[in-house]
Design a protein around this ligand. Structure first.
Ligand SMILES: O=c1ccn([C@@H]2O[C@H](COP(=O)(O)O)[C@@H](O)[C@H]2O)c(=O)[nH]1
Length: 291
């Protein structure tokens, strides 16, 4: 069996910091970069971003939707972007937000998490709307191949609030997802292989995350308005397990790679300031994690 994802992630973050750089080739950004609205423009955009950023971050998150929009050619570009990021020593978290009944989930797991699959990444995002149990094939395939899974819990968009904060027997739906995943990660060192997605735009104190023993992907940082201070406030003592994710804020500095790297360095400096050198992954067990 390959080395576990949680161990690989912790090592990468210790070397390069916790920022997760997103590659989201929004059509508007592709146009702003002066590139054509076709698969060749998509490829120039995504590979330029990968070359500028991937060497300097622990983890890169391509957003699959923007590649799928170009059909088979776009998916072929995505394969090349995954390969390029991994060559640069970054882990790749493919943002696909898949979720289905278990038998279909097994096919998604093969597509994204099995060895040798054309779109295999180091980790993927999944949706628990069909039940955390339905995601079992993804957890199993990920574990078998040293890969990870990030489950949506409390997303960064305002529309997520109603369903995710609904009552699930005395706790919120989001908290029940976190708690179920915490059981899976129990005892893993330095952290488990199953993470959650919790937006940096959320209200401090809404979730108890300290017991998760897994990584927390925090989109909403940057273009959606959350700042480094918000990360501190929202995640509290769980901050050492957080991977702040930022896409447009970095990509808007392009197409010049040096300008993108300069923006990246600025964001990384901000993150060092709020984490004050605390080792990544060491969350105070049993303490309230946020708020
Ligand atoms: O709750 C969520 C889950 C995923 N995302 C994704 O993250 C990036 C954010 O991009 P920015 O440009 O930094 O806003 C994007 O791919 C989303 O699909 C999220 O925003 N919130």
């Amino acid at each position: 069996m390959s080395e576990r994802f949680g161990a690989r992630l912790a090592r990468a973050i210790t070397a390069r910091g916790p920022l997760c750089a997103g590659i989201d080739p929004h059509p508007g950004l592709v146009a702003e970069w002066g590139l054509p609205a076709d698969a060749s423009g998509l490829e120039r955009f995504a590979l330029t971003a990968a070359e500028a950023l991937a060497e300097h971050v622990a983890i890169v998150k391509p957003q699959s939707a923007f590649f799928e929009a170009y059909g088979a050619k776009g998916v072929a570009v995505l394969e090349r972007v995954i390969a390029r990021c991994r060559e640069a020593g970054a882990l790749v978290l493919l943002d696909v937000k898949r979720g289905d009944i278990g038998s279909t989930m097994a096919a998604y797991a093969e597509a994204y998490l099995s060895e040798g699959a054309p779109l295999a990444a180091d980790a993927v995002t999944v949706s628990p709307y069909l039940g955390v149990g339905a995601l079992e094939p993804a957890f199993a395939t990920a574990a078998e191949h040293g890969r990870g899974v990030f489950v949506l819990a409390r997303t960064s968009n305002p529309d997520g609030r109603a369903v995710q904060t609904a009552d699930a027997g005395g706790i919120s739906v989001a908290q029940s997802i976190v708690d179920q995943l915490a059981e899976r990660n129990a005892g893993a060192e330095p952290v488990g292989d199953v993470g959650v997605v919790v937006g940096a735009t959320n209200v401090p104190g809404e979730l108890r995350l300290a017991g998760l023993n897994g990584p927390i992907l925090a989109p909403g940082f940057g273009a959606q308005g959350a700042t480094a201070e918000d990360l501190s406030a929202v995640f509290g003592t769980a901050l050492p397990a957080v991977l702040p994710a930022s896409s447009r804020d970095l990509l808007r500095a392009g197409p010049d790679p040096a300008s993108m790297r300069e923006r990246l360095r600025g964001v990384q400096a901000e993150l060092r300031r709020i984490t004050a050198g605390a080792p990544w992954g060491e969350v105070g067990a049993g303490r309230p994690a946020s708020g």
